[in-house]
Design a protein around this ligand. Structure first.
Ligand SMILES: Nc1ncnc2c1ncn2[C@@H]1O[C@H](COP(=O)(O)OP(=O)(O)O)[C@@H](O)[C@H]1O
Ligand SMILES: [Mg+2]
Length: 129
């Protein structure tokens, strides 16, 4: 779709277990944000002691630490986003978090040293792994 998105595949195989539709929406929502607020999306899939971890980085302004919990609230949009005509209403991250928790995972935000936001989604070890 002509957007600046890359994916760094892991060296070793990483197994992610979950509902494929939810996983796609989960990652898709975060990529949408990275493109809208951070110009590009850089994805990496890693293994954190066997737990699959998906990192999505961008090159935007990041999110002030004081708002990093609030952006998960339904309808919350940071000031700079309110007058953007993105057609979004602030439900993306609330839905993403619900899907992550539904999979027994965790989601964290952090501002990157360089600039931009990093979204880290860690999912549980696949059953039988
Ligand atoms: N990658 C990002 N960089 C900077 N701000 C972001 C990023 N992702 C989300 N945000 C902020 O968090 C708010 C909530 O995100 P989200 O729930 O996806 O709602 P929206 O519908 O506004 O995209 C956004 O309005 C924006 O202010
Ligand atoms: Mg969004």
């Amino acid at each position: 779709v002509g957007q600046d998105v890359t994916f760094a595949a892991p060296a070793a195989q990483v197994t992610v277990e979950g509902d494929p539709v939810a996983l796609r929406r989960m990652v898709g929502n975060v990529i949408d944000n990275a493109l809208k607020y951070g110009e590009r999306a850089r994805l990496a899939l890693r293994s954190d002691a066997g737990n699959p971890r998906i990192e999505i980085d961008d090159d935007g302004a990041g999110i002030p630490e004081t708002l990093q919990l609030r952006v998960f609230e339904p309808f919350f949009r940071a000031e700079a986003s309110r007058n953007r005509n993105t057609g979004d209403i602030g439900l993306g991250l609330a839905a993403v978090r619900a899907m992550v928790l539904d999979h027994g995972g965790e989601i964290r935000l952090r501002n990157r040293k360089e600039r931009g936001l990093r979204v880290e989604i860690t999912l549980p070890l696949p059953q039988g792994a």
